[in-house]
Design a protein around this ligand. Structure first.
Ligand code: HEM
Length: 177
């Protein structure tokens, strides 16, 4: 437990490096492909999250007990969250040049999940890994090592900002994941 807190603190100190112009471009180019299939990609990402990390379903009243991936795929609550996640990422990708906009979007997301939905922040880290995994598989032609590196940087930055908001609102971890 103490070790985990150390890790979170260490994460806080290491602000991810800002994106290079070339990395922004790679992210925007690959996102354009992903966003063409926004619903499919979003649903595939969330299904992978909920199947591989079933405890992440606990926050979703309408499908927390559902295990069958085909059943999950039909859930309106899941599909709605998929769309919201994809739209938020789209706003970030469209505004990578505007640090203030990025921060304001992530503040809203962080606050809603900490205060309203009471989601353990570790799930944002887990979701980042799932996003990289699913996009790497489904868009393998586009996700070269350089592209994966750029996306990793962006996802790390998202997590860093979200954890910052959790700390600001005084989040206390209630249970082990
Ligand atoms: C990049 C990551 C994420 C983004 C951009 C995102 C975005 C959103 C947005 C925009 C909303 C609705 C706005 C609101 O309630 O104020 C929402 C709701 C919600 N999110 Fe997320 N989310 C993310 C990650 C997660 C994760 C990792 C979980 C939990 C494992 C989660 C659980 C929820 C829940 C339970 C709701 C409420 C659902 C409902 O009322 O039907 N979110 N999310």
């Amino acid at each position: 437990m103490e070790m985990e807190q150390q890790d979170v603190k260490a994460d806080r100190l290491e602000r991810p490096d800002p994106l290079l112009d070339s990395e922004r471009e790679m992210i925007q180019d690959t996102w354009a492909k992903v966003y063409q299939n926004c619903d499919d990609a979003g649903v595939a990402i969330l299904i992978r999250l909920f199947v591989n990390f079933p405890s992440s379903k606990q926050y979703f009243s309408q499908f927390k007990q559902v295990e069958d991936p085909e059943e999950l795929e039909k859930s309106a609550q899941l599909r709605k969250h998929a769309r919201r996640v994809m739209n938020a990422i789209n706003t970030l990708v469209e505004n990578l040049h505007d640090g203030e906009k990025v921060v304001s979007v992530l503040k809203l997301v962080g606050k809603a999940h900490a205060l309203r939905h009471k989601v353990e922040p570790v799930y944002f880290k887990i979701l980042s890994g799932v996003i990289l995994e699913v996009l790497g598989e489904d868009f393998s032609d586009h996700f070269t090592p350089e592209v994966v590196g750029a996306w990793t940087k962006l996802l790390d930055a998202i997590y860093w900002h979200v954890v910052g908001v959790y700390e600001e609102v005084g989040w206390v971890s209630s249970s082990a994941v």
